[in-house]
Write a protein that binds this ligand. Sequence first.
Ligand SMILES: *[C@@H]1O[C@H](CO)[C@@H](O)[C@H](O)[C@H]1NC(C)=O
Ligand SMILES: *[C@@H]1O[C@H](CO)[C@@H](O)[C@H](O)[C@H]1NC(C)=O
Ligand SMILES: *[C@@H]1O[C@H](CO)[C@@H](O)[C@H](O)[C@H]1NC(C)=O
Ligand SMILES: *[C@@H]1O[C@H](CO)[C@@H](O)[C@H](O)[C@H]1NC(C)=O
Ligand SMILES: *[C@@H]1O[C@H](CO)[C@@H](O)[C@H](O)[C@H]1NC(C)=O
Ligand SMILES: *[C@@H]1O[C@H](CO)[C@@H](O)[C@H](O)[C@H]1NC(C)=O
Ligand SMILES: *[C@@H]1O[C@H](CO)[C@@H](O)[C@H](O)[C@H]1NC(C)=O
Ligand SMILES: *[C@@H]1O[C@H](CO)[C@@H](O)[C@H](O)[C@H]1NC(C)=O
Ligand SMILES: *[C@@H]1O[C@H](CO)[C@@H](O)[C@H](O)[C@H]1NC(C)=O
Ligand SMILES: *[C@@H]1O[C@H](CO)[C@@H](O)[C@H](O)[C@H]1NC(C)=O
Length: 772
Amino acid sequence: MEKTIVSSVNNGFNPVFVLFFFCLCSLSSAAILDDPMECSRGERLAITLAKDSINRNSNRSTTGKLEVDIFELLRDSEYEMGETMCQIMSKGVVAVLGPSASPASNSIISNICGEKEVPYVKVAPEDILKVQFPRFTTLDLRPTNTDISLAVAGLLTFFNGTTACLICAQADCEYSLLNLEQLLRQFLISKETLSVRMLDDSQDPTPLLKEIRDDKTATIIVDANATMSHIILERASELGMLSVYYTYIFTSLEFSLLRLDDVADQRVNIVGFSVFNKTHPFFQDFVLSLNRSWQENCDHAPFAGTPLSSALLFDAVYAVVAAVQELNRSQNVGATQLSCKSSKIWEHGTSLMNYLRMVELEGLTGHIEFNSKGQRSNYALRIMQNSKDGLRQIGLWHSEDGLSMEKKLPSINVTDTLFNTTLTITTILENPYVMLRQNHQELEGNDRYEGFCVDMLKELADILKFKYRIRLVADGLYGVPGANGTWTGMVGELISRKADLAVAGLTITAEREKVIDFSKPFMTLGISIMYRVHLGRRPGYFSFLDPFSPGVWLFMLLAYLAVSCVLFLVARLTPYEWYNPHPCLKGRCNLLINQYSLGNSFWFPVGGFMQQGSTIAPRALSTRCVSGVWWAFTLIIISSYTANLAAFLTVQRMEVPIESVDDLADQTAIEYGTMHGGSTMTFFQNSRYQTYQRMWNFMHSKQPSVFVKSTEEGIARVLNSNYAYLLESTMNEYYRQRNCNLTQIGGLLDTKGYGIGMPLGEWRMTDGRPGK
Ligand SMILES: *[C@@H]1O[C@H](CO)[C@@H](O)[C@H](O)[C@H]1NC(C)=O
Ligand SMILES: *[C@@H]1O[C@H](CO)[C@@H](O)[C@H](O)[C@H]1NC(C)=O
Ligand SMILES: *[C@@H]1O[C@H](CO)[C@@H](O)[C@H](O)[C@H]1NC(C)=O
Ligand SMILES: *[C@@H]1O[C@H](CO)[C@@H](O)[C@H](O)[C@H]1NC(C)=O
Ligand SMILES: *[C@@H]1O[C@H](CO)[C@@H](O)[C@H](O)[C@H]1NC(C)=O
Ligand SMILES: *[C@@H]1O[C@H](CO)[C@@H](O)[C@H](O)[C@H]1NC(C)=O
Ligand SMILES: *[C@@H]1O[C@H](CO)[C@@H](O)[C@H](O)[C@H]1NC(C)=O
Ligand SMILES: *[C@@H]1O[C@H](CO)[C@@H](O)[C@H](O)[C@H]1NC(C)=O
Ligand SMILES: *[C@@H]1O[C@H](CO)[C@@H](O)[C@H](O)[C@H]1NC(C)=O
Ligand SMILES: *[C@@H]1O[C@H](CO)[C@@H](O)[C@H](O)[C@H]1NC(C)=O
């Protein structure tokens, strides 16, 4: 993983040094210092600095003068390296400090040093092919890949990432994959998913990043050298993947060399490792000398910070000197000239190696100590995160104690992160949420729109201090999942991150919640039925007859006739209705008359019916009974007529053929439908409730389609045909207020809320970091 400075075999221009040094008393060595690369990594400079400071301070009585011979490697070739090693051995050295790259040369150096028992301090990354029996004489100064894997695994756990993706730059891959064991083990235990993507020969990370974006993986581990890491960040920036949603973990130990300022702002969480001890007394000197050397030799500094390999070489020199000094206390160490042709070995080699393993010192790269395998131990990787003021340490991974993060991670201030950013808002024209102004042709940009959501957005932007650009969704849909799993509409735009927010009458549904985030609902509503007001007949001349059906009227007429006839007959038959109107008149005593003549018999019930009475009063019990029955009848009839008439006149306008969603579902005369590709449609599509399922089957199979493109179209259809439109209650209310020919039928079918849509994870702030 830390193969950051690996130069590929054919990369001839990478200066590679083999350095060795003599603790000498008599021999003076020739240091070959010509460096074809003017802007080097400063490895030679580091060695010279270390050598000078050691020679200046060392106790002449116990140590000889330190000399370092520098050999230059122009090619990473095993054969040439073999030759060089023979030359080096024949000069007599106490240790060899290896090249910082060149895997082939490294293995030859390791073998020859092992053969001759000359300690070899390696600063290169671990071998691609793991040496099965590592040479006893090799010391690894770089932190091992296993350690870095452990640190990355710890970080992943800390960031609570359930899915992560590892991007692996080609040259490093097969080898770093070997070291994924730790990572994979960690993930297998916690049932999280780790995908590994390798950069192909084209070295273009764009397709790979797109895949990651589509996978909605939020944690990206980048295993590449500083150069490649920077390219990956640049491409990610182009793809809009440098946002709060993502966490990048760089395994390169040269994290400080990444010019983060060029590509990323503090909104994105970028984490990396550093081993440098910036408080080390030599660190400032070292940085200044490097800077000076670059200023003299280069147009611009080739690195933004200190290359790791030069610091490691600096420490290597100190480590070897410390060991030799220790050893010289007990035995007089002297370098021996060795020949490739003889089998002679260096007699002090094994002892020196043992002392080297016991070395403990504070170097530029932190505490230096080795374990029995010759690898670094008891050291710390500092965990750095980008922030507003450059890199900041947020934790420490210690090889023994593991990860310890700072208690209080500075939270990202939402206001700060949004300040002066322009967000793309996707929305859809929908009354009353987003509407075009009347004079929108003369206006530009956001001014063209008005409505509830536009006002709300304005307020939001004022509070959070961001700028925004309103863009109408390209396909004019809210968003439903397609057959192939891609989403349409605003939801789709949020998923592909074409937009930062969706501010519209976007319904919060469980399905959408899986692919995007929603704010708290800013409006609660439900699905309702819109139907036109039933156009009743206008009151005509005979509307007063409406309360009773014609049958009732007819039977009333018959009853009247019957009662009149019965009355006439009964009055005729009964003696008590016959009387003398003038009993005192002589000669007329026998004159008897009956007031129930045929005419009066017909008149009397009319008077009763109209509640007016008449001058005719029944005298006999029989006629009184008939009259009483008739009056009782008229009482009931008139009462119910009066009541019916009042109700009839008021209810007439509200009368509708359907009264609830069940009525609607039970009939087929009235068509009904929803907006195409909206949440209402999805509601019916996915409903398990029988009535709604039946309604969905009706809507789905109906030809021509009962789905409409817009609410306006739906309303027009309601007004102009026998059609009921299912829409959200707020919109129903809005349109009902504007057109009294529209009415709502029944209550709400469900309850839900409108929310602001956001790409998954991007805005959800727990403690300032995207949470899961
Ligand atoms: C970084 O890695 C890339 C590909 O892995 C390689 O082409 C490039 O030479 C490396 N750069 C350095 C400075 O090693
Ligand atoms: C040098 O070593 C001698 C003998 O070990 C010791 O007495 C002396 O103090 C040392 N001087 C320094 C500067 O370390
Ligand atoms: C070992 O110590 C002696 C003096 O005790 C000194 O002359 C010699 O140079 C030292 N050798 C090394 C390799 O430091
Ligand atoms: C990870 O989850 C734990 C517990 O759920 C929580 O305490 C911690 O703050 C989370 N860490 C981050 C970085 O969100
Ligand atoms: C850095 O080096 C100084 C001096 O050598 C040492 O005191 C300090 O403990 C070191 N710091 C770390 C974090 O290793
Ligand atoms: C190098 O020195 C120049 C001038 O002194 C300074 O502007 C620059 O920041 C230094 N660069 C580094 C990496 O320290
Ligand atoms: C965020 O920053 C703004 C101004 O930059 C400040 O007014 C606000 O108090 C900060 N909020 C928090 C939670 O620190
Ligand atoms: C906001 O951004 C613009 C362009 O990116 C820049 O010109 C302006 O200075 C910035 N304003 C502030 C206060 O940062
Ligand atoms: C998915 O289907 C939509 C249309 O339904 C189409 O536009 C899109 O290209 C398809 N996507 C894939 C990846 O096939
Ligand atoms: C309501 O319907 C009536 C009759 O069709 C029509 O005259 C009237 O203009 C309509 N009202 C509105 C606001 O459309």
